[in-house]
Design a protein around this ligand. Structure first.
Ligand SMILES: Cc1cc2nc3c(=O)[nH]c(=O)nc-3n(C[C@H](O)[C@H](O)[C@H](O)COP(=O)(O)OP(=O)(O)OC[C@H]3O[C@@H](n4cnc5c(N)ncnc54)[C@H](O)[C@@H]3O)c2cc1C
Length: 449
């Protein structure tokens, strides 16, 4: 017998979430993580309401909600003179997933909560400080590479990289701001994308005293010296000075837009940055990895338990790849607006928005063709999470199973492995002209009546 059902390479946010999902499903899981400590440099600061719903599925939403800042506000693309070009709308109150639509957080704190969550499962073992160089030597039914942008598992699979065109170095800094400073108090809570051709920037209120600046590198910048006070503070002059904040941490990253084709070969699979990378202009890179984990976990559990044929796992990439591409393609388009450094082209761009700002929302794509996903939307779309009359959120009543929601008269149909929730989602179903929906464990719609 294999010593593990699933071995995960990497305990970043995606590996840690997938280990929680698989641990909860009762699988024997071993996680190998190269580093002893959680990665300390600045990375993700935003996740959306659908991702909070996935945290709810592993019983950690309340803890994460205490560590994160919910926001009803969106993101504004503003030019150097203050003209608003585009707005990603915010969401008032609990959004369609039953949680605030936008959350801001400190990635190391989130990763620590996800890792602590693993202690609940005696069937999950984490080996820190343990790099895997040879995946062939792993004794497990399945091996998932959650091993980031330079994935070892991806090399073993031989995936093909598709370059989506955007590669640009940026300086990323977190500042701890003085709450008594008038300049700090004047900063907005919404996210700003400053479309200034002299120096594009992103400004985010992470939470508490912490704020994030992402600063595009320009020709002539000396990367090694950018955080020296005499170079750093003049770049920040529009916002803050050295009396308003201290620099907590900084890193230079090249933002990439790539997807891999080939997320599976036999028992080897990929999730997260190992199979896609996006520029962070939508705050969706990690979110996409979390959606990978949610899609893959129930399929792995069903195959390991012998409830589904192994071919179910082939639907993972076909469903997820077009979905994540929609987000990356939009991030690349937004990047073209934000990263314009030619003043003439920037002036032309600003004239295009002279009649008013363009409003947009996060994409809500349909999954690609896959497990029963062979019909037009709403099949393959995520089902919202209403509150039940007893006060619980819908997913709490279902658990990690299939469910049928909707018209009580139809729910008598045989489907022994599915929970039945008569009357639930009635408004949504009526709006779509439907009587019932079959929901998968990841809450995407498998079928409708
Ligand atoms: C500046 C910046 C801002 C961002 N902002 C956002 C945002 O606001 N919202 C958002 O959703 N995303 C954002 N992202 C993206 C997000 O940070 C990543 O998508 C996310 O960290 C990827 O998680 P992961 O678990 O797939 O990979 P990683 O976090 O890279 O984790 C991979 C892990 O695998 C380990 N590993 C690698 N190889 C091996 C091996 N051979 N054996 C054992 N272990 C191994 C590594 O040590 C690492 O811990 C941002 C990224 C950057 C750089």
């Amino acid at each position: 017998m294999k010593t593990a059902d699933v071995v995960l390479l990497g305990c970043g946010p995606v590996g840690a979430l997938l280990a929680n999902l698989l641990g909860q499903a009762g699988l024997r899981v071993e996680v190998f993580e190269r580093d002893r400590e959680i990665y300390a440099l600045p990375r993700a600061v935003h996740f959306d309401g659908e991702v909070m719903r996935i945290f709810q599925a592993i019983g950690l939403a309340e803890r994460i909600a205490q560590a994160a800042r919910p926001s009803s506000q969106g993101m504004r693309f503003v030019n150097a003179t203050g003209q608003t070009l585009m707005v990603r709308r915010g969401i008032d109150g609990p959004g369609p997933h039953g949680w605030a639509g936008n959350w801001y957080f400190h990635q190391p704190e989130l990763e620590a909560i996800l890792r602590d969550g693993l202690a609940r499962f005696p069937n999950v073992t984490v080996h820190l400080g343990h790099e895997i160089a040879d995946v062939d030597a792993i004794d497990a039914h399945f091996v998932v590479g959650c091993d980031g942008a330079r994935s070892t598992v991806r090399r073993a699979i031989g995936s093909q990289q598709r370059d989506l065109g955007l590669h640009q170095p940026w300086l990323v800094v977190d500042l701890l701001c003085d709450p008594d400073s008038a300049r700090v108090r004047a900063l907005p809570d919404y996210t700003i994308q400053l479309c200034d051709p002299a120096r594009p920037m992103t400004v985010v209120h992470v939470g508490g005293r912490r704020r994030r600046w992402e600063i595009m590198l320009m020709p002539g910048d000396d990367t090694a010296r950018l955080t020296e006070p005499e170079i750093f503070w003049p770049m920040m002059a529009r916002w803050l000075g050295p009396h308003d904040a201290v620099l907590e941490r900084a890193a230079v990253y090249t933002f990439h837009s790539v997807v891999q084709e080939g997320w599976r070969r036999g028992r080897l699979l990929l999730a997260g940055d190992a199979c896609h990378q996006t520029p962070p202009f939508l705050g969706q890179g990690m979110c996409a990895g979390m959606r990978d984990a949610s899609n893959l976990a129930w399929k792995l559990a069903a195959v390991v338990r012998g409830e589904s044929p192994d071919t179910l796992l082939d639907t993972y990439e076909s469903e997820r790849l077009p979905h994540v591409r929609t987000f990356i393609d939009l991030a690349v388009k937004l990047g073209a607006v934000l990263q314009e450094t030619d003043p003439t082209a920037a002036a032309e761009r600003d004239r295009r928005f002279a009649a008013g700002a363009t409003l947009f929302d996060f994409p809500q794509p349909q999954l690609g063709p896959g497990d029963r996903i062979d019909a037009p939307p709403p099949v393959g779309m995520i089902f919202p999470q209403p509150r039940l009359v007893d006060g619980r959120l819908m997913d709490e009543a279902i658990g990690q199973r299939f469910a049928i929601v909707g018209d009580p008269a139809l729910l008598a149909a045989e489907r022994p492995d599915a929970v039945r929730l008569p009357g639930v989602g009635a408004d949504w179903l009526a709006a779509h002209g439907l009587r019932a929906a079959l929901l998968r464990p990841d809450r995407y719609i498998a079928d409708i009546a």
